[in-house]
Design a protein around this ligand. Structure first.
Ligand code: NAD
Length: 503
């Protein structure tokens, strides 16, 4: 059954949408052509809210991956030589098209990703932001001149495109997490082969191919091969052609991707999982801390690498904090993301639901108390607040990736820091205090790539360095930091007068 009864945000039927999946682009995108499935297997894409079929896309094979890399390699050099303003203009045009299609995208976010309107708007803005910043990189002078220790020599550092960039992305913020690599890569003169997640091949890849095609990107510069990670992932990430392997996803898969990439002399850029803590010190503004805590835990059902995974709250505020958070959780409207006013939609699939519910049930069996929520129906999990949580409970020591807020109590700032750092992850975090210097001391001691004082961890700004330490990844995304990854510096020296050699 196909989910055709739905309407877009502006009231059009699905078959009237410009980017409805049945308009011929639920295909592979190779060398500027939409390649239908032929005798390939299909990936069935399901609406997680209704559990009905949305569409099916071809499942790329290892041969398709080889072909995509060969096409990208062939296309790169001509593209890299195009004037920077031309490359920037195409990325800017693709960015503008995302704005034009915002209503269609909102519908697709709902039916493919289970994302509510708020999240759709937020993600579209982020995708546009990263495309604007990415386009600007084309014109950024990255080269340098360095004095030489050798008389008569001039040293030049020339910035060149890295070459072919392989991109693997997850399902949770598919359009943004894909755009944040594809846009700067293309602007900087690289070509790209993209493997979106099998749950979100449209928003994670084919939508971008569609808008870049319309923006006039030359054939072969962007190629999209939807496929199962367990089928083509090893071949994709260990391939000899790409110079950069950009991976966003779980730490477990990312470790293997990084190892295979390095084995093929490909530079890995890894954005991985998190176990982010929201620390509430005894002098915090309680209402602000609770507001931030609810937003950081329940937005997009807690399915972000930078969601709050643990609330770490001083014992003097603990009961009030738990009660306030439970109150917020109970008020959040839960349902089909296409229904107006919905703030909590479904989680992406059964295996994620089962994992989250398993962590919850085991933690309750180990002594945690459900203060709000706790139930589930289909792929909908109620926003849940747990008190009496300790660091060793499954909801706290794992990345639960669900609408679940485990609250842990502490006595001293030192103990809070110990709890925060008791994880292999180190992505984001937050600290609440009315004494900014005290919050700053805690932020300094947190072993993470990012910390937000008097806010919550869910922050990403396309012009600010984003990334983690430890099991949360290698390298930084956004602006000049991703530019370093997506380009290579060549040292060219010019010996302007004869040099005296020792023999
Ligand atoms: P996942 O690792 O299971 O899948 C991510 C991608 O990897 C998918 O495209 C998948 O098909 C592919 N893949 C699977 N096996 C592969 C293999 N052997 N080789 C190559 N690719 C393979 O992750 P997920 O469950 O889809 O996403 C959630 C995870 O992503 C969470 O851990 C989350 O924290 C993390 N994440 C991190 C960031 C960040 O910026 N740090 C952002 C979003 C999500």
């Amino acid at each position: 059954m196909t989910d055709t009864s739905t309407r877009s945000a502006d009231g059009r039927d699905v078959d009237e949408l410009d980017i409805a999946p049945e308009n011929g682009w639920n295909a592979l995108f190779l060398d500027g052509e939409w390649v239908p499935a032929g005798d390939r297997d299909l990936i069935d894409v399901e609406n997680p809210a209704t559990r009905t079929a949305l569409t099916a896309v071809p499942s790329a094979t290892e041969d398709d991956v080889d072909e995509a890399y060969a096409i990208a390699e062939e296309a790169q050099s001509a593209w890299g030589q195009r004037p920077p303003q031309e490359r920037a203009a195409i990325v800017s045009d693709a960015c503008a098209l995302l704005g034009e299609y915002a209503d269609d995208l909102e519908w697709l976010f709902a039916v493919e990703c289970g994302g509510v309107e708020l999240k759709a708007d937020f993600e579209t803005q982020l995708a546009q932001g990263t495309m604007e910043v990415g386009a600007g990189l084309a014109m950024r002078d990255g080269g340098r001149r360095k004095d030489s220790v050798t008389p008569g020599k001039e040293n030049l550092l020339v910035r060149e495109p890295a070459g072919v960039v392989g991109v693997i992305t997850p399902w949770n913020f598919p359009l943004y997490l894909t755009s944040r690599v594809v846009a700067p890569a293309i602007a900087l003169g690289n070509s790209v082969v993209l493997k979106p997640d099998e749950h979100t091949p449209l928003m994670g890849g084919l939508v971008l191919a569609r808008v870049f095609e319309e923006a006039g990107l030359p054939d072969g510069v962007l190629n999209v091969v939807p496929g199962y990670g367990h089928e083509i992932g090893d071949h994709f990430s260990g391939h000899p052609v790409p110079s950069v392997m950009s991976f966003t996803g779980s730490s477990e898969v990312g470790r293997g991707v990084g190892q295979r990439a390095v084995g093929a002399y490909t530079e890995p850029a890894l954005e991985l999982g998190g176990n982010n803590a929201h620390v509430v010190l005894p002098d915090a503004d309680l209402e602000r801390a609770i507001d931030a805590g609810a937003f950081g835990s329940f937005t997009h059902q807690g399915q972000e690498c930078i969601s709050i995974n643990r609330h770490v709250v001083h014992e003097s505020l603990y009961d009030e904090y738990v009660a306030g958070l439970a109150d917020r959780a109970e008020q959040l409207p839960i349902g089909d993301p296409r229904e107006e006013g919905t703030l909590v939609g479904p989680v992406i699939n059964e295996s994620q639901r089962d994992k989250i519910v398993g962590f919850l049930e085991e933690s309750v069996a180990n002594g945690a108390t459900v203060e709000a929520g706790g139930g589930h129906d289909g792929l909908f999990i109620e926003p849940t607040v747990l008190s009496g949580v300790t660091s060793d409970m499954p909801v706290a020591c794992n990345e639960h990736f669900g609408p679940v807020a485990p609250v842990i109590s502490f006595e001293t700032d030192e103990e809070a820091i110990e709890i925060v750092n008791d994880t292999e992850y180190g992505l984001s975090g937050s600290v609440h205090s009315t004494d900014v210097a005290r919050a700053r001391d805690v932020a300094d001691a947190m072993e993470t790539g990012m910390v937000h004082i008097n806010d919550q961890p869910l922050n990403d700004e396309p012009h600010v360095a984003f990334g983690g330490v430890g099991a949360s990844g290698l390298g930084r995304y956004n602006d000049e930091w991703i530019m370093d990854t997506l380009t290579t510096l060549k040292w060219i020296s010019i010996q302007r007068e004869p040099r005296e050699y020792p023999y």
